[in-house]
Design a protein around this ligand. Structure first.
Ligand SMILES: Nc1ncnc2c1ncn2[C@@H]1O[C@H](COP(=O)(O)OP(=O)(O)OP(=O)(O)O)[C@@H](O)[C@H]1O
Ligand SMILES: [Mg+2]
Length: 367
């Protein structure tokens, strides 16, 4: 079982943000420390041109401790935090990003397409635990991308998330990231017992997997926004290459219910999602989000359900996969992707988590 005493860690470190010690439940920092470079140790915020001791202090007071934090900040928020104009906030952010580029920690602004192709070949992918799902995703979930799984209740969204945390901890040679996972649970459905079961039934060591997952139970939309704002710190602290947000929209959807509040809700979701996109790219991590469905009464043909969250969410996700239950089995359909073909596949949920159908496994064995 998970070690719940890790909250003490937050007292030891300079976690200045307004996050309570109970926010993240588990940590032993057991993930392989070699997998993610300790960039923050190498660069100081005062290495960013134009930032002297006074600005550095203002930034620190505003919770921006590292060059990475600054590079992923939004100019609106930063200008409020350091009490400056939006233009100078934007200039600091650009300078931080440039410093990361100069230090080879961030891609150059322009590269030729052949270099881009080589880079994409070297992207890390993490297996979902099901060969069929991996095939649909052309190898698994990618870093520097947001992968969204949406579908009705019981369609397997949370099960995929649980399985991914187990697989992400496996070494790269075994299809994992060799890293920890940050699991942001907005629905109270994370179950360490399930992680334990998935790991054990796959012949993996449940205790080291459990120690690699930092779980944060989120209670309301402002809490979620705050966690996302400070996510960079947690990614580094927990050496995570995978961030799971199950689900991205339920809290905002519940709290901003009336029509009059829709614009406000979308605006807040948008800010949060943009931050997540920047984090995925700059920290080279994979973000997996789940989303609910809503009925779309104007559909006369086909499936009258669509992903919740409207265009704001649709544009933020790099890959969108629609999950449907059909009896014991599930269908996953690639709905939106910049390069995957429009295709679907079947998978199931077993004690191993997301898994292949019995026939597929046995036919592959040549039966
Ligand atoms: N240990 C297990 N062994 C086999 N199947 C399981 C196990 N645990 C859960 N399941 C299957 O997973 C289903 C639940 O799926 P999941 O929790 O992923 O739904 P979801 O898509 O996240 O739904 P929601 O929108 O309610 O969060 C159960 O109905 C069951 O079929
Ligand atoms: Mg769920």
């Amino acid at each position: 079982m998970a070690d719940k005493k890790s909250s003490d860690r937050f007292k030891d470190e300079d976690m200045t943000a307004s996050m309570s010690n109970e926010d993240l439940e588990i940590s032993n920092n057991n993930a392989d420390s070699k997998t993610i470079p300790t960039i923050i140790d190498d660069l100081d915020i005062q290495d960013v041109p134009g930032i002297g001791p006074t600005t550095a202090k203002k930034l620190r007071d505003g919770g921006i401790l590292t060059v990475m934090d600054l590079a992923v900040a939004s100019s609106e928020e930063l200008s409020v935090e350091i009490n400056s104009s939006k233009e100078s906030a934007a200039a600091f952010i650009i300078a931080a990003q440039q410093l990361l580029r100069d230090s080879n920690l961030l891609d150059k602004e322009f590269v030729t397409a052949d270099v881009a192709l080589e880079k994409r070949k070297s992207l890390l992918r993490c297996t979902t635990g099901s060969k069929a799902l991996d095939k649909l995703l052309l190898g698994g979930i990618e870093t520097q991308a947001i992968t969204e799984f949406y579908g009705e209740f019981g369609s397997g969204k949370s099960q995929i998330c649980h399985t991914l945390c187990v697989m992400a901890h496996q070494p790269v040679e075994m299809g994992g990231f060799g890293s920890g996972t940050i699991y942001i649970d907005t629905e109270g459905t994370f179950r360490p017992e399930r992680v334990d079961q998935i790991a054990a039934s796959r012949g993996l060591d449940p205790s080291s997997v459990l120690k690699s997952i930092a779980v944060c139970k989120v209670y309301n939309s402002s809490h979620l926004e705050l966690i996302i704002k400070d996510l960079g710190k947690y990614i580094t602290d927990y050496k995570s290459r995978l961030v799971v947000i199950d689900s991205i929209i339920s809290l905002h959807r519940a709290e901003f219910a009336g029509r009059g509040t829709l614009a406000d809700r979308q605006q807040r979701l948008n800010t949060m999602l943009h931050k997540i996109i920047r984090l995925a790219e700059i920290y080279n991590i994979s973000v997996v989000i789940t989303n609910q469905v809503q009925s779309s009464p104007d559909t006369f043909f086909g499936d009258p359900t669509k992903a919740a969250g409207g265009n704001v969410l649709g544009h933020a996700s790099t890959y969108r996969i629609y999950l449907r239950k059909s009896g014991e089995n599930r269908t996953a359909k690639m709905i939106d992707s910049p390069y995957h073909p429009y295709s679907d596949t079947k998978f199931t949920v077993t004690e191993k988590g997301a898994d292949d159908l019995e026939e597929e496994t046995s036919s592959k064995r040549g039966k």
